[in-house]
Design a protein around this ligand. Sequence first.
Ligand code: FAD
Length: 325
Amino acid sequence: MATEGAPPEFKLSLDSTAIAEGPEGIGESPFDFTAAPEAMEYPAELGDDPAIALRRTLGMFATGVTVITTSAHDQVHGMTANAFMSASLNPPLVLISIDRRAKMCNLLHEGDRYGVSILGEHQTEMSDRFAGRADDGVPQPAFEIVRETPLVEGALAHFVARVDRTYYAGDHSLFLGHVEYARHNEGAPLLYHGGRYERLGTDAQVVPELPEGLLPPLLAAGEQCSFADGDAIVRRGEVGDQLFVILSGNVTLQRPGHPDKHLEAGSYFGEVGALSGESRVSDAIAVGEVSCVAVGSDALKSVLAGSPDASWEMLGSLAQRVREA
Ligand code: FAD
């Protein structure tokens, strides 16, 4: 039987998990595998490790980003998860998949409640925090308690679910939750695709000032970063080692003795410092919430070297800037 070898807490009685009614043959024996599994086949360019190949391929599935929360011993614990799905409307069920090494996995048991906060597009820092990769200085999250369950404030949608069943799923565990509370706000979601954060309609917002051939490799080579209204993205006098492409929001370049310059989504700045290593001559200040991709000097140079035609086009765009200045 397929549950053999599974940890004891996941050995469930098949009688109690059988679905009473459903399409013929579906859902009647959830733990019976009909054939011995064959090794996964994948292209050689994905490398030697099938788990990495699978992860990279799964990364093509675009998802939202949630923070799963629970409270244990009067402490709130949260973790970022994109393996969240709706499972049933009647009864209302959702499903999350948690790595068995994650602390969260040890905190959730049948009968416990968990919160799901679906993050908005402005909440990349929150996602990084609950994935254990926040920089120092990232603000502490605030929680609202609903049905004794913490929910992340400012998220786009919230659910409280009570763990109905847990299922063994290899190196992950599945927690099927019965939804006891659901509400949502208006706004745009944070997305995750290909191992990076994305936003809805990014392409529509980015009318690129950069040549078409350079934009995708630069976005792929850079790190996405977010800034709040009034933040200095770069300061005059700092050594310039990054080019910034604005994905959303506006940036003002302030340079003494010069009129302020306003840049919108699709525009870029910091190229002179990134290419020459010279100090910044302007402050770049975020106007409202700003999302950028920051591309380091080395990455910029290797992208330019890899796309000679697009590099010529970029030279043209830089010459145009010089002429305008
Ligand atoms: P920890 O690693 O100890 O905690 C996570 C982080 O949250 C820590 O930095 C901790 O300080 C912080 N934190 C926790 N509680 C609080 C609090 N009350 N106040 C302030 N900070 C707090 N893993 C999965 O298993 N399933 C997924 O579906 C999944 N999806 C992911 C999607 C994305 C986009 C990303 C970036 C990561 C995803 N991960 C997923 C990985 C997962 O988020 C990390 O492995 C995470 O570190 C596991 O958390 P943990 O429970 O082990 O706790």
